[in-house]
Design a protein around this ligand. Structure first.
Ligand code: PFF
Length: 447
């Protein structure tokens, strides 16, 4: 198997975990997870999510790492390099298309996040009118901030694996964790927070078997761990052969779940604090406000009530969200870029600008039709393509790839793998449990 010597490689285990956790931890954790939890029976959703993260997402994550590191290629090229891969090539194209759709809508939402950072700075300087214009989420402001966010993503990816992705993820991720913990401590001291904690941590078991809850939890698990797109696959292709893939996968899964859980500790109590201060947190149907509205409506209203300190909190919170977003968006852009560089021999700069521009055009189209296209893009990419690509990658590793080659790959960095519990259990999951579970939940949404 020929390996392109121009490909990058992460310089250490720490750098890899920061980059992979950076990809996983994003709007999905801070914007998606608490919202889904709030509207799906609180802790009942958390429990189902945790179970699915381990029995479904972790095995699928390992499938991507193995394909990536074994082939030292991207989600399309990998199928040319692995025996029996050709019929699965279309899976690679589906992944690339999915990465483009996700990044297109992600940039719009992340643009709104950036607009709040700008809002806080300008408001602190006394320009209230401009500050309010920035967060009006009208078409022009949405487009301006989407362009800004996309440019940031392109700039980092231009730097490549070591000088772009690794450098920025390693700087930004520790900062994110620090800011998140400080915010949680502060919010938990406010009046009303305990009620929120109860809603978050005491499960409403009556909802636990609802098909909707399980579908949402599966979609959330896939989206949150950046699966079924080729992101983890291509990051895996940049891991050194010295590293133990199975344990790295566990670290990334725990980091992702941990941050989602922490985000819940911040956002759900913050909603109830806001309610105590007169902010509306239930919609007209009596359900808790969920989804985008928590972050873009409830929290700003809460911060607004806190005067100057609130402006500071707005700045801190949305900076946190921006960091989470950009470490994810760079991993999404890397999917098409790595394909163009590996398989088409395209110059990295050219590929980054090309795909950056294509994605920006789609983002602008979404921004011009937010009401209809945003939800559609989310649904098509996260509820349809991601699970199906994830399913096919599990089938490929479980049924097509040569078992001895898989063991050989896992042995790199983990010589005792054959005696491990991992090798006894994981194959059953990728071969049988994951495909059946993904397919069942996927099909259930249509009935
Ligand atoms: N995992 C990211 C989040 O939780 O926000 C989103 C994401 C990134 C999804 C990369 C898919 C992907 F390939």
């Amino acid at each position: 198997m020929s390996v392109n010597s121009n490909r990058g490689e992460f310089s250490s285990k720490f750098a890899f975990i920061m980059a992979a956790a950076g990809s996983a931890i994003g709007l999905g954790n801070i914007w998606g997870f608490p919202g889904q939890t709030a509207s799906n029976g609180g802790a009942a959703f958390v429990v189902v999510y945790l179970i699915l993260a381990f029995i479904l997402a972790y095995p699928a994550l390992m499938a991507e790492y193995i394909i990536g590191r074994y082939s030292r290629s991207n989600i399309i090229g990998a199928f040319d390099k692995i025996e029996g891969g050709k019929p699965f090539r279309f899976t690679g194209y589906a992944g690339v298309i999915c990465s483009i759709i996700i990044l297109s809508f992600y940039s719009v939402v992340a643009g709104w996040v950036l607009s709040y950072v700008f809002h806080a700075i300008v408001k602190a300087l006394g320009f209230t009118e401009i500050a309010n214009w920035a967060v009006s989420q009208g078409t022009s402001t949405t487009i301006i901030f989407t362009v800004l966010f996309s440019s940031l993503t392109v700039l980092i990816v231009l730097g490549g694996v070591k000088n772009g992705i690794e450098k920025w993820s390693s700087r930004l991720m520790p900062m994110l964790i620090f800011i998140l913990i400080l915010l949680i401590i502060y919010v938990l001291t406010l009046d009303g927070a305990m009620e929120g904690l109860k809603h978050y941590l005491l499960p409403d078991w009556s909802k636990v078997l609802s098909p909707n809850l399980i579908l949402s939890a599966m979609g959330q698990a896939f989206f949150s761990l950046s699966l079924g797109v080729g992101t983890m696959l291509v990051y895996g292709s940049y891991i050194s052969k010295k590293e133990n893939l199975a344990s790295i996968g566990i670290s990334v899964t725990f980091a992702d779940i941990g941050i989602a859980f922490l985000a819940g500790l911040l956002i759900i109590p913050a909603m109830f604090v806001a309610s105590k201060q007169g902010v509306q947190i239930y919609d007209t149907a009596g359900a808790l406000i969920a989804g985008p509205n928590i972050v873009f409506q409830v929290l700003p209203a809460l911060f607004n009530n806190l005067g100057n300190f609130g402006i500071f909190l707005t700045f801190v919170f949305f900076t946190l969200m921006s960091i989470a977003s950009v470490t994810s968006s760079i991993s999404l852009l890397e999917v098409p870029v790595s394909h163009a560089v590996d398989d088409k021999n395209m110059d990295r700069r050219k590929a980054t600008f090309l795909f950056g521009a294509i994605i920006l055009v789609i983002s602008v189209i979404i921004a011009l039709n937010v009401g209809t296209l945003l939800g559609l893009a989310v649904q098509v990419s996260t509820q349809w393509i991601e699970p199906i690509v994830g399913l096919l990658l599990c089938i490929f590793v479980g049924w097509v790839m040569n078992r001895n080659e898989i063991i050989k790959e896992l042995k790199e960095g983990y010589p005792e793998v054959e005696q491990s519990l991992f090798i006894k259990i994981w194959p059953i999951f990728v071969k049988i449990v994951c495909p059946i579970l993904i397919l069942t939940v996927f099909l259930a949404q249509f009935f």
